[in-house]
Design a protein. Structure first.
Lengths: 629, 312
């Protein structure tokens, strides 16, 4: 078998095997799943660096369309499949600890393997049609996957909403592929070079863009992500919407925007506006959520904005930042969802108001989630900071080229990251710090199967931040033709900006140690434990009475004038394309329904009117013809 | 290796933690002396802030029963370290004229770490008053971050070619005169002074600490040497934030000849403005503060930005 087929075929076959293992046989499914994902991961690692590697096989011919099974490994697809494999393997290991008896393990692991296979296929395919086929397969798998959630009503609601919205975007993609075939006569991504100038090519680009950003979950096609988060099994959220869907969506967006189409400043601006609106609106929604999983779902949407913004600028530094952010986001968002899954399993709920004080009971979950949360908020020196900083620097570059509105985009992006920080302060406070409700006194740390993937992802957050030179030089620079300058000491030099994460980290660590030395120099040996001080009164024995939940943390902002209306409209789903589309559909249906009154004379009248219209049209055409002579 | 050692030494002693802490405490004395003058008192002797910190070092540390110990004690240290890094960055850039560790974005982000450390530390203390304080501190950060970013980018817009590097901004000012000579940057500077007030949680924005209702709120459970570190961090911020404003807007630090005197005058002017605002305004509620920063202050900042784009 050609090497390039391994990451597609092996997990697909392993998935089939999984499905045929009888339910009673224990342990075999897990072994197959781990072996399949691990094999795909190792194969992807072996493929890395072997670009360009292609594989072509004639498949079928219909209607003049010569469909070839055309795969190509390039700089970009090579690094994406490495991480698809890594997330597949990580979630596979995690799931061993997470799955309960009532989950259908056979289907669960089969879908996991097929997700890896289809994602690798979509990324490696060089023909838009093959990409579309794998893309559709992923939509179908995601639908089935979300449906495995334990809360049946929410799971099926989330699944059908995701399926509808992704199906719509797939239809857009399908239309675009058809139009490209008609207009340009080829579907090979390495041959298509389209200069966007006329309305037709703009339309095709927009259709492809809709397909890409719906997968990634950007506004206005984002609402499936929080809906799915409500019902889906939590590791599924970590696997698909949080990481692999981001990789795929942004991969496609980058390919079409940078390789296939050359877009002008108008479409660039459209992308940047979509990015900025997505960052801001989604994080504002995240700020007031009270279910941890839905909150993370909104952040999964918000972070896409940075990537689209970065790619939309067209400045190499910002594009590199957008791609690096895609990678970083996949890492920490998967880590966050895995942490949420760990809380859900051990504490039995993800409702923020019912959680509290879990840091002592679940130290590993606490530390890994804190690292991921600080990374997503862009706290230096973690990885989220580096990629966001690259995007900001790129936007400033746009400003120095005379785009004077650049500061609005920088502002939205930086302020968005402050809001992200606020949202995660609420999460860390209400889940891990604060007071522990007595109902949670039984909670223990989750199993090692779950701890290891969380630790690995958190470790990657630190590594890719402190030693940003490594991912930038290995994965990003080959894609952007070495646009990012790195020095031998690990500093990143972008010309207009400079960041030396290794020095910053070293100094912060030295500073923290100095602070602790000061504490130890004091009478640290004479420390004692005392009651909390609440203004001189004796605090009650039952601490539940003193529990301040994090849900009301940002009510001040929720009740402020411009935001009050925004939140009320959002709660009535005015901004939800799915609901609005449904309403428009409903109006149309009702209008047409009222025509069916059952009265024969009305039907006849419609027939006569129709006939009259046809006659009129034919007559007009005839007259025009005669006048032309 | 030698350069690493020199870097660590400059971080620990000059111009890093030790230097910043000492000058910060001296500045706190100026603060207290000016406050005393405003209130017709004599005020403390110059060594009073040092004596306070030393006294705290000798006190025992009381850790509340339900607290998450490690988070409670380590989180504030991160802020202490971050402010030391910012101070080192600013001074070394001013002294050597080359970029060091990071640029403006790095400074903006590092300057939020002290707030973050206090918030996480307070959250870990299990005290409900700390929780309320932490929530207010976070909202205050959200409030001032919006105009702060606009104001800082006003300076970036004025510099040509646009750069985020601190050394680039200093070079531009050395060649073309201080940024504060432009109408746009005066507005940005005013905005920044208000933001500094909030970053220091000085009145009228001492909302997270709110002595009379929350009893120091975020700091309520800290005692002994841990509280001393927090006090040192506040002193260091009081020193570092004006230096940051001088670097970005006011031509930077000149450290030779009469320039030293001029630098000290610039610094003392900013400190006195901050102290006067502190002593003449009462505390506002958190929703008023958020509305103030997102309303009028942001409008001023945006006007400044538009002026900068128009070339003023």
């Amino acid at each position: 078998m050609p090497q390039i087929l391994v990451p597609i075929v092996i997990p697909a076959v392993a998935g089939l095997l999984c499905l045929f293992v009888p339910k009673r046989v224990k342990g075999v499914r897990e072994v197959i799943a781990l072996a399949g994902t691990a094999w795909a991961f190792v194969a992807a690692l072996q493929l890395f660096g072997q670009w360009p590697l292609s594989f072509t096989k004639d498949w079928m011919v219909f209607g003049g369309l010569d469909v070839q099974f055309d795969l190509l490994l390039n700089h970009f697809s090579a690094f994406v499949i490495v991480f698809v494999g890594l997330f597949g393997l990580g979630v596979g290991i995690y799931s061993i600890g997470w799955l309960e008896k009532e989950h259908d393990g056979r289907r669960y692991y089969a879908y996991l393997l097929w997700t890896v296979a289809a994602s690798c296929g979509a990324v490696l395919s060089n023909s838009l049609l093959i990409l579309l086929i794998f893309w559709e397969a992923l939509t179908a798998i995601l639908y089935l996957y979300i449906n495995l959630g334990r809360k049946k009503a929410e799971a099926s609601a989330g699944a059908s909403k995701s399926f509808l919205m992704l199906g719509f975007s797939d239809a857009a993609l399908f239309l675009a592929v058809g139009l490209i075939w008609v207009k340009y006569g080829t579907l090979s991504m390495s041959h298509l070079r389209i200069f966007v100038s006329d309305p037709a090519s703009t339309f095709i680009y927009l259709l492809l863009m809709i397909g890409a950003i719906t997968k990634a979950g950007a506004m206005p096609f984002h609402t499936w992500v929080p809906a799915a988060a409500k019902g889906a099994p939590t590791p599924v959220m970590a696997l698909l919407p949080a990481s692999i869907d981001k990789l795929l969506g942004i991969y496609l967006l980058a390919r079409i925007s940078l390789d296939i189409f050359s877009i002008g400043p108008g479409l660039s601006l459209v992308l940047m506006i979509i990015g900025a609106v997505t960052i801001f609106a989604a994080v504002m929604m995240a700020l007031i959520q009270h279910d941890l999983k839905v909150l993370l779902g909104y952040h999964a949407v918000s972070q896409v904005g940075y990537m689209i913004l970065g790619i939309g600028t067209g400045i190499p530094v910002a594009i590199a930042g957008g791609l690096f952010h895609m990678l970083n986001n996949a890492i920490y968002k998967a880590g966050l969802f895995l942490g949420a899954g760990s809380i859900e399993k051990q504490a039995g709920t993800t409702e923020i108001s019912k959680l509290g004080g879990l840091a002592r009971a679940m130290p590993v979950t606490f530390i890994t989630m804190t690292i991921s949360a600080l990374a997503i908020a862009g706290v230096p020196p973690l990885n989220g900071f580096v990629s966001k900083w690259m995007i900001y620097t790129g936007i400033v570059g746009l400003g120095s080229r005379g785009f004077s509105a650049y500061w609005i985009f920088v502002l939205v992006a930086i302020f968005g990251s402050a809001l992200t920080l606020a949202s995660f302060v609420k999460v860390l406070y209400s889940a891990f710090l604060g007071q522990q409700p007595s109902a949670l006194s039984h909670v223990r740390e989750s199993s090692w199967f779950m701890r290891v993937p969380m630790l690995v992802l958190a470790g990657l957050c630190v590594l890719f931040g402190v030693w940003a030179k490594f991912p930038l030089d290995t994965f990003i620079n080959p894609v952007v033709h070495g646009a990012i300058g790195t020095t031998s000491t690990g500093a990143v030099d972008l010309g207009a900006g400079y960041w030396d994460p290794a020095s910053a980290t070293g100094l912060i660590i030295v500073g923290v140690i100095m602070g602790l030395v000061v504490v130890l120099m004091g009478k640290f040996t004479k420390r004692r434990t005392g009651r909390i001080f609440v203004g001189g009164i004796r605090p009650p024995e039952r601490m539940d009475a003193m529990h301040v939940t994090g849900t009301g943390f940002y009510n001040t902002i929720k009740e402020m004038i411009p935001f009050k209306g925004f939140y009320m409209n959002a709660e009535q789903k005015v901004f939800d394309v799915h609901v609005v589309g449904g309403r428009i559909g409903g109006v149309l249906v009702n209008a047409l329904k009222s025509l069916h009154s059952g009265v024969l004379s009305t039907y006849l009248a419609w027939c006569v009117i129709g006939l009259g219209a046809i006659v009129f049209a034919v007559l007009a055409a005839l007259l025009k013809e005669m006048a032309g002579r | 290796m030698a350069s690493t050692l020199r870097l660590v030494l400059s971080f620990l002693i000059f111009p890093g933690l030790l230097f910043t802490a000492v000058i910060g405490l001296v500045t706190q004395w100026i603060d207290r002396k000016v406050s005393a003058l405003v209130q017709w008192r004599v005020g403390p002797p110059w060594y009073q802030p040092f004596a306070d910190v030393l006294k705290l070092m000798g006190k025992e540390i009381v850790i509340p029963a339900g607290a998450r110990r490690a988070g409670f004690l380590i989180a504030p240290m991160a802020g202490f370290a971050a402010i030391g890094v910012v101070s080192t960055m600013l001074w070394l850039t001013n002294m050597h004229g080359t970029g060091f560790v990071g640029d403006l974005i790095g400074v903006i982000y590092l300057l939020t770490i002290p707030s973050l450390g206090i918030i996480l530390g307070a959250s870990a203390s299990s005290n409900p008053l700390s929780s309320v304080g932490a929530s207010r501190e976070m909202k205050l950060v959200l409030a001032y971050e919006l105009p702060f970013v606009i104001a800082i980018f006003t300076a970036v817009t004025k510099v040509s070619p646009m750069t985020l590097r601190l050394d680039g901004i200093l070079e531009y000012q050395a060649a073309n005169g201080v940024l504060l000579g432009n109408a746009s940057c005066i507005l940005a500077f005013i905005v920044c002074i208000l933001v500094v007030q909030a970053k220091l949680t000085y009145p009228p924005f001492d909302i997270p600490e709110a002595d009379t209702e929350l009893m120091e709120g975020t700091h309520i459970e800290y005692s002994g040497a841990a509280l001393a570190v927090i006090k040192l961090q506040q002193a260091m911020m009081l020193f570092t934030l004006p230096i940051f404003l001088i670097t970005v807007f006011w031509g930077g630090l000149v450290l030779s000849g009469w320039g030293i005197l001029y630098t000290i005058v610039k610094y003392v002017i900013i400190i006195v403005i901050i102290v006067l605002i502190k002593n003449t305004t009462p505390r506002v509620r958190i929703d008023q503060a958020v509305r103030f920063f997102w309303g009028p202050v942001t409008v001023i900042a945006v006007v400044g930005m538009i002026l900068a784009i128009l070339g003023f």
